[in-house]
Design a protein around this ligand. Structure first.
Ligand SMILES: NC(=O)c1ccc[n+]([C@@H]2O[C@H](COP(=O)([O-])OP(=O)(O)OC[C@H]3O[C@@H](n4cnc5c(N)ncnc54)[C@H](O)[C@@H]3O)[C@@H](O)[C@H]2O)c1
Ligand SMILES: O=C(O)C(=O)C[C@@H](O)[C@H](O)[C@H](O)COP(=O)(O)O
Ligand SMILES: [Zn+2]
Length: 358
């Protein structure tokens, strides 16, 4: 087992990474103060792992369980309220702990419910997708979607601990696995050129789910995320680099009504768009953009925006992005591989070229 730490003063917490962690004696139980727990999962993950987690929680005076419907289209206020309703109905007090068992959708909603319940209770992340293990379980961004915009309702609320049981990846479908790798690639692109080069070389091993390669990719991703979050917990500045590809990606997800392209797939298309814009500004070479395109193709990730989306669609949806300040669109671009920059001067012409290249 490897342990990393997110350094945030009194809100600091550990990230444990290892095999079969849900069955590691006492590890989960030790993260939870008090004897009350609300375990939140979904209809796909609960049948796979809830028994193990229940056993790891040990004897509890009060244990409630919420099994949510599966999918991004259910990342809503209504489902978040379902968690709150269960906690209220079962009489959970302020010293309860919410435990999120699942991917980013379950984690984001459970964290948001924990942030709101009685003005804030503890929560622990048990991420079971690659995407959740390398990204969403760390950093305390919680929330739900609004029909008009992605993650528009939420709160910053840090977990007490993150337990990454890498064995759970064995049951993850291929498409979900690749979507998680998109966010892994993001760290190389924004802040770690050496890691990016390592990913290019080791992608075949990762796609084959080689254990050693996966463990290294998860650890390096979590270390990057922890460092960025520790530097800027509430996205006043540098944390926005974690949004590479997301301004475009969130527009795509929203345009599709959520749940057609996976989050990681939409981000993958968005990262190529950001790379193309960076190349047009002379910051990346055409070879570097092609390298990214080839890599993402090898991962079966999208490299173009959906053909049905027009410039106007992107403009309307991106105008609602949370990074917009006083009506000015802010985009994360790449100064070079491994170094992100935030720009606020993207022209219509530059955007048009991304949507209808050539
Ligand atoms: N809070 C953050 O910082 C942050 C970061 C990145 C993404 N996100 C959010 O995370 C969400 C995407 O997360 P995701 O990609 O994990 O999607 P997800 O939570 O929908 O999970 C993907 C699919 O895999 C299934 N699943 C989960 N674990 C499994 C397992 N071990 N075996 C088999 N199936 C399993 C799920 O039921 C689901 O069908 C988006 O809503 C995105 O906005 C948040
Ligand atoms: O942790 C962050 O900060 C991120 O931006 C990570 C992203 O991968 C993630 O998708 C996040 O939920 C996006 O946040 P948003 O503020 O753009 O909704
Ligand atoms: Zn993301």
């Amino acid at each position: 087992m490897h342990t990393l730490r997110v350094d945030l003063g009194e809100r600091s917490y550990p990230i444990y990474i290892g095999r079969d962690l849900f069955a590691t004696p006492e590890l989960l139980a030790e993260q939870i103060q008090g004897s009350q727990v609300v375990l939140v999962s979904n209809e796909v993950v609960a049948p796979l792992y809830a028994d193990k987690v229940r056993a790891a929680l040990g004897e509890r005076k009060l244990l409630s369980e919420v099994v949510l419907p599966d999918g991004e289209q259910h990342k809503t206020m209504a489902m978040m309220e379902r968690i709150i309703d269960r906690a209220m109905a079962d009489g959970h007090s302020r010293n309860t702990t919410f435990v999120a068992l699942g991917g980013g959708v379950v984690g984001d909603m459970t964290g948001f419910a924990a942030a709101c319940y009685q003005r804030g209770v503890d929560f622990v992340q048990l991420p079971t997708t690659l995407l959740a293990q390398v990204d969403s379980s760390v950093g305390g961004k919680t929330g739900v979607n609004h029909p008009l915009g992605k993650n528009m309702i939420g709160a910053f609320h840090q977990p007490r601990a993150v337990l990454i049981d890498t064995d759970t990846l064995q049951t993850l479908p291929t498409r979900e696995f690749a979507a998680g790798l998109a966010e892994v690639l993001k760290y190389g692109l924004i802040c770690d050129a050496q890691f990016y080069r390592w990913l290019v070389v080791n992608m075949p091993r990762l796609l084959a789910r080689d254990e050693a390669a996966l463990a290294e990719a998860i650890e390096r991703s979590c270390a990057s995320k922890a460092a960025v979050v520790a530097a800027d917990e509430r996205e006043g500045g540098v944390r926005a680099i974690l949004n590479l590809g997301h301004t475009f990606g969130h527009a795509i997800e929203n345009h599709q009504g959520y749940g057609q392209w996976l989050h990681g797939e939409a981000v993958a298309a968005g990262m190529v768009m950001a790379a193309r814009m960076s190349a047009a500004r002379g910051w990346l070479s055409e070879e570097e953009v092609q390298g990214l395109v080839d890599l993402q193709r090898s991962m079966e990730l999208p490299v173009e925006p959906p053909p049905e989306m027009s410039l106007a669609d992107f403009q309307t949806l991106m105008a609602r992005d949370k990074k917009v300040i006083d009506g000015r669109l802010r985009l994360v671009l790449l100064r070079e591989i491994g170094s992100a920059v935030i720009v606020d001067d993207a022209s219509e012409d530059e955007l048009q070229k991304l949507i209808a290249p050539g």
